[in-house]
Write a protein that binds this ligand. Structure first.
Ligand SMILES: Nc1ncnc2c1ncn2[C@@H]1O[C@H](COP(=O)(O)OP(=O)(O)OP(=O)(O)O)[C@@H](O)[C@H]1O
Ligand SMILES: [Mg+2]
Length: 430
């Protein structure tokens, strides 16, 4: 039920009364933000509870405010879309959480025994726009509510759920995910891929997944809480051809034991028949009718907003620093597949994966303009593929006549590493 009125400030205001297990689906354009307040009852946005009386504002996003037991919600502003729905798959998602919770308990009970069990390592698989990222949030939030600190692993280089797009990253989540800002700002484990599609360098993508797995395995060995909490792995929506190969590779490399397949029967049945996945729990989950299909333009815009947010903050609360240096002062590299390596390329290392990758300097006049560069923790150029990164800078201007390059960094002072790693990801903002 909804009652609409015009507030004193002339703003359109609608009060929605939601029944049990209903959700209010809201879409705000980039131009018209919406202000949402929970007036009574209990409600959550992708598993994050909203405090009663607290107003939050959002734009350019599509969300669902869900209630298990009923709620009254006030929405101020002009929504692009607003409707309530009682047919949601939330009960099924809660069951999935139950499966994971049982695994966490079993892992805890096995502590100190001869064979200690792992908490759930769950991978969300499915085509684009089926709700993978939203379900990841729900599952993580529900685990956090139970006192766990699951690791969110983001393999979706197209969206950048944790940091800028083009990176593979992981963060333990200890508190409910912020409805507006998303996951914690400090992401401890970030590896730069530098592209929004794995086709650019699939070997590098696989190599980075392996690096993340090694670090997380070590963390699980060192901490009982980390081992039992497990991980939630969010993937790209590419489930055929190379996309499928990379999905399987990630499931094996990260030692996944539960695969949740959303919104595609075909993928579910293919994964079920996969010999290499024998023994893993593969569960089919329905897609929510609320999931919104995003077109190319919207995705492109979200990606750019995500990058801008990295430097400026969600509400422009950060103060990035612009710095001008001689062009040759920045040592920027990119990783190439061996067959396309140029004469200037160096071998990356001696391991099997390394042999397919080489590192080459980026051409400052051709490649660097508007590029997002990762500041690597590598201490030699050969280590650049294997090391995680401290953060990112953005090349905002190149002046070849005066031999100057201007970049934007999140904070002033020298960069925390000597070597920079770039790819094809570009950003366009002032
Ligand atoms: N129940 C819902 N009601 C309203 N909007 C929703 C709901 N679930 C998801 N959305 C929105 O739909 C969009 C797509 O969902 P989501 O990002 O979770 O899908 P995805 O499968 O991760 O997509 P991609 O493959 O692009 O990563 C998002 O904007 C999300 O906020
Ligand atoms: Mg997603």
């Amino acid at each position: 039920m909804a009652t609409s009125a015009q507030g004193e400030d002339g703003e359109e205001t609608t009060v929605w009364t939601l029944g049990k297990e209903c959700e209010l689906r809201l879409e705000a354009s980039w131009e018209n933000p919406l202000q949402v307040t929970l007036q009574a009852g209990k409600a959550e946005v992708f598993g994050t509870e909203i405090p009663v009386g607290h107003e939050f504002s959002f734009k350019g996003q599509k969300i669902a405010v869900f209630t298990w037991h009923g709620a009254t919600i006030r929405v101020k502003g002009k929504p692009e879309v607003a409707y309530q729905e009682s047919d949601t798959p939330m009960a099924t998602y809660l069951n999935a959480h139950g499966i994971l919770e049982a695994r966490r308990q079993r892992a805890k009970e096995s502590t100190g025994k001869e064979q200690e069990l792992q908490g759930p390592r769950v991978l969300l698989a499915g085509p684009v726009d089926v709700g993978k990222s939203s379900i990841s949030k729900i599952l993580i939030n529900y685990a956090v509510k139970k006192g766990w600190a699951p690791v969110m692993v983001d393999l979706d280089i197209g969206q950048g759920n944790l940091t800028v797009p083009g990176a593979i990253s992981a963060v333990p989540v200890e508190a409910p995910i912020d409805i507006l800002r998303g996951y914690p700002q400090e992401i401890p484990l970030v590896y730069q891929f530098g592209h929004t599609s794995p086709t650019e360098n699939a070997e590098h993508y696989k190599y980075l997944v392996k690096r993340v797995a090694e670090v997380l395995d070590a963390r699980c060995k060192a901490s009982e809480h980390a081992r039992c909490s497990g991980m939630v792995i969010n993937t790209m929506g590419w489930v055929e051809g190379l996309g499928y190969t990379l999905l399987l590779d990630a499931a094996m490399t990260l030692k996944v034991d539960v695969i949740l397949v959303i919104g595609q029967e075909r993928l579910y049945s293919v994964l079920k028949g996969e010999q290499s996945l024998k023994g893993k729990e593969i569960v089919k989950l329905p897609k929510s009718g609320g999931v919104v299909t995003r077109d190319r333009d919207y995705r492109q815009k979200s990606r750019q907003m995500r990058i801008k947010e990295y430097f400026y903050g969600h509400e422009e609360e950060f103060m990035p620093h612009s710095q001008s240096v001689p062009i040759e002062a920045l040592k920027a590299y990119r990783l190439l597949k061996k067959q396309s390596a140029s004469n200037h390329a160096l071998p990356v290392g001696q391991t099997a994966e390394h042999k397919t990758l080489t590192v080459a300097p980026m051409d400052s006049t051709k490649d660097l303009m508007h590029t997002i560069l990762a500041v690597s923790h590598a201490s030699t150029v050969e280590e650049i593929a294997a090391e995680n990164v401290a953060g990112f800078i953005y090349v905002s201007d190149i002046d070849p006549i005066n031999n100057r390059l201007t970049y934007l960094a999140p904070c002033p002072g020298p960069l925390p590493g000597k070597y920079l790693l770039g790819g094809t990801l570009k950003a366009y903002f002032e």
